[in-house]
Every structure is written in structure tokens, then in C-alpha cells.
Design a binder for this molecule. Structure first.
Ligand code: ATP
Length: 239
């Protein structure tokens, strides 16, 4: 049984059908990527999984339970946590206060465990420790992205949803973020990743799905898709 299963998911924005019966699976312990052009439905898929966008039809199963109609905050408590596209850092709050926001849906049983997690996140992102008292709005784009990922980790997700973590970042920072995602996965968190940087995402993914206009058109191990001629031409800029 996969950790997460989407079966024939249809999602509408009013009269517009953004997902037309999308099915996919995420196996526990893996990094799984969604690759696709603008408007293919990647963000909508993430929203359906986190519960901020209702399904018109279809089913979502998490750890064997049907969560199709479960409210978003309950999904966080179950272990599904999203670091949203556009980062969503609170600009007027400090780095530490932003991290605390990640604990609301899932409080730590003790202060010691809270401290341990903050230490862990500062270990992943030393820049955040250096700037822990600084306001979120004063951080660079890359640091804000690190903070958004750190905040999501504060909820101790089983499944971490990352929507375009490299958006707008310099190539060096992109590599750093992708490396950290691999590290988070090795620590035991399953990751579902949406990335424009198809090369970087596929090379680090156990499995990936190609989305076109609201449905899956191809899937396979990341490294296999990297060598697929059609994928190369459409997403890797190689003819
Ligand atoms: P991007 O990389 O640009 O974020 P995406 O693959 O994440 O693209 P979605 O944002 O999921 O794609 O969009 C899927 C479809 O749904 C598109 O046709 C888009 O125009 C439409 N759509 C998305 N959000 C809305 C909205 N709030 N209202 C109406 N239509 C929407």
C-alpha cells in the first residue's frame, strides 16, 4: 500500500476543470516529483492533497484512510504538511516566530522536543540560526524559502509537500535547497515535490509524474524519465 493515493481526482475552479481525473501514488520514504508546464495542474494537485481545494470527484487515501473530505488542519495533524508556493513567510515576524507558526496544528509534547527540533532545523539551515532574531521580510529569497521549509518541518510531517521551492532563486541556492530536500528525505520524511527545475528534481526523485493539462501523461523512476526522449525535449531543453 502506498502512503498516499489519488484516484481519478477532478478539481474545478468554478466552471474551469483544472484536474481531469488525476491518479498518482506516493510510496513511503520516497521523493516523488510532479513535472509539468505552467497551468498543467501541479499546484492544484498539491492543494487537493493539503485540503485547501475541494475535489469535484475522486478519492484521496492517506495511510489507508480516505481523507477526501477531511479539513486541511486535520490533515496537518495526520502528518501532511505543505510549504506553499510563494513561500508565505510572515514578514513582520522573526525567524523564530515564523518557525513557531509551524507548530500550531501539532504542538510539541515538551519544550525539550521543541528545542531539539529547532536545533535540527538550524542544523539544516545554519543561515536561519544566524538570523533567528531578524524579521522574515528582511531575509533574502533563498533564506525565506529555507524558513518556509523549516516552518513546515516544525509540524513534523510524514509527508512534506513542497511547491516550487526553487522559484526565483539563484542556481547555487537552488542546488543547496535540492540537497537539503534530499537530506530531509534521508532523515525519514516522504516528499512530494513540484519543481520547474526538471533536471534537478528528476535526478533526486525516486519516482516522478509528468502532468499535462490536468492529467498524468507519463510516470516512472526519476532517472529513467531523465533519459526519456520526449521528456528531454519538453522539459529538459534538449532536442
Ligand atoms: P504553475 O506552474 O503556473 O503554478 P500549475 O501546473 O501549478 O502551474 P495550476 O496552478 O494547478 O497549474 O493550474 C491548473 C489550471 O487551473 C490552469 O488552467 C489554471 O489557469 C487554472 N487555475 C488555477 N488556479 C485558478 C483559480 N484560482 N481560478 C481559476 N482557474 C485557476
Amino acid at each position: 500500500m502506498a502512503m498516499l493515493e489519488l484516484h481519478d481526482v477532478v478539481v474545478n475552479y468554478g466552471a474551469i476543470e483544472a484536474l481531469h481525473g488525476l491518479s498518482l501514488q506516493v510510496e513511503e520514504g520516497q521523493v516523488v516529483s510532479l513535472i509539468g508546464a505552467n497551468g498543467a495542474g501541479k499546484t492544484t494537485t498539491m492543494r487537493a492533497i493539503s485540503g485547501v481545494r475541494p475535489l469535484t470527484s475522486g478519492k484521496i487515501i492517506f495511510e489507508g484512510a480516505d481523507i477526501t473530505r477531511m479539513p486541511a488542519h486535520n490533515r496537518v495533524a495526520e502528518g501532511i504538511c505543505q510549504s506553499p508556493e510563494g513561500r508565505g513567510v510572515f514578514p513582520g515576524m522573526t525567524v523564530l516566530e515564523n518557525l513557531d507558526m509551524g507548530t500550531f496544528a501539532r504542538k510539541f509534547p515538551s519544550k525539550a522536543q521543541y528545542n531539539e527540533m529547532v536545533e535540527h532545523i538550524f542544523g539544516l539551515f545554519p543561515r536561519l540560526e544566524e538570523r533567528k532574531g531578524q524579521k522574515g521580510g528582511l531575509l533574502s529569497g533563498g533564506e525565506q524559502q529555507m524558513l518556509a521549509i523549516g516552518r513546515a518541518l516544525m509540524a513534523r510531517p510524514k509527508l512534506l509537500l513542497l511547491d516550487e521551492p526553487s522559484l526565483g532563486l539563484a542556481p547555487k541556492i537552488i542546488q543547496q535547497i535540492l540537497q537539503i530536500i534530499t537530506g530531509i528525505n534521508k532523515d525519514g520524511t516522504t516528499v512530494l515535490l513540484v519543481e520547474q527545475n526538471a533536471q534537478g528534481a528528476l535526478s533526486r526523485s525516486h519516482f516522478a509524474y509528468i502532468l499535462e493539462t490536468g492529467a498524468v501523461t507519463k510516470s516512472g523512476p526519476g532517472k529513467q524519465l531523465l533519459t526519456d526522449p520526449a521528456v528531454k525535449e519538453a522539459y529538459l531543453g534538449v532536442a
